[in-house]
Design a binder for this molecule. Sequence first.
Ligand SMILES: C[S@@+](CC[C@H](N)C(=O)[O-])C[C@H]1O[C@@H](n2cnc3c(N)ncnc32)[C@H](O)[C@@H]1O
Length: 291
Amino acid sequence: MNLKDWPWSRSSPIKLKQVRAEIQSTLAAQDFETPGNLSLLLLGQALNQPKTWLLTHPEYEIQPKEFSTLQKALNRLLQGVPLPHILGEWEFYGRLFLVSPDVLIPRPETELLVERAIALAGRLPRPLIADVGTGSGAIAVSLAAELPRAALTATDISRPALRLARRNAARQAITSIHFLQADLLLPLAAKFDLICANLPYIPTATLQELDVAQWEPTLALDGGPTGLDLITRLLHQAQTRLTPAGSLLLEIESTLGQETLALAQSVFPNAEVTLRQDLAGRNRLVEIHSN
Ligand SMILES: C[S@@+](CC[C@H](N)C(=O)[O-])C[C@H]1O[C@@H](n2cnc3c(N)ncnc32)[C@H](O)[C@@H]1O
């Protein structure tokens, strides 16, 4: 039996447990990882119910509208559409963020940057923080929620991305972020205690070979011929936009760790500059402390 060809009829209603098993086996046959979890996520969205409800109501009879929502979602997943685009939201640092094709889907590896930002800015009574290239607002909103005394500025060159970031802040009842359409930090004269940025860092030629380029905005991924165009420009802008003891946190392409480190050291010769690895042991962050 195939969910795609399964006609719903009132005389033979389909139960949740049957649909769940069917989705799971369809996904397993297509080599999807964790088909059990995926089936629960699709069911959760179509039925608007949490996982615990789905697990405790196996006899629930799926309604026609729910069934057609499930069919569409499953077909999109089988066509390669990223799961966050199908669900419309994705978890980052313990909160759900709206996502759309206008923004980068927040990645778990970026949580390292958020952790380091909290450790650094959490020591200050009222830190001034900038999130450059905010996208969905994942970094800025997480920091605003975790550091209620902080004042944040979040910039992005993309107007649609900023619109979504504002909605994500509103969903978390965050009012401490000033969103600004800008080329990096160009129009800002303020000095920040902390500048955070997860900028596009994939070299153009590499990007053309990657699947993500099909689904996520080039503006969020393409770091120019070397991958370091945006990072280089931000480093130079940051020279005059950090407080005397300010810090800069840059998420980096793991294969460009040494190059990015050397670049940061050349722009900030008197600062302490370090490279940090993520849990998988890959170079993930360049930290600059101006002392
Ligand atoms: C890799 S995405 C990161 C999004 C988000 N900060 C995150 O970590 O999920 C990079 C973001 O930088 C933005 N961007 C690209 N060029 C920019 C520029 N010159 N000035 C400001 N933002 C820029 C893109 O629109 C995109 O939203």
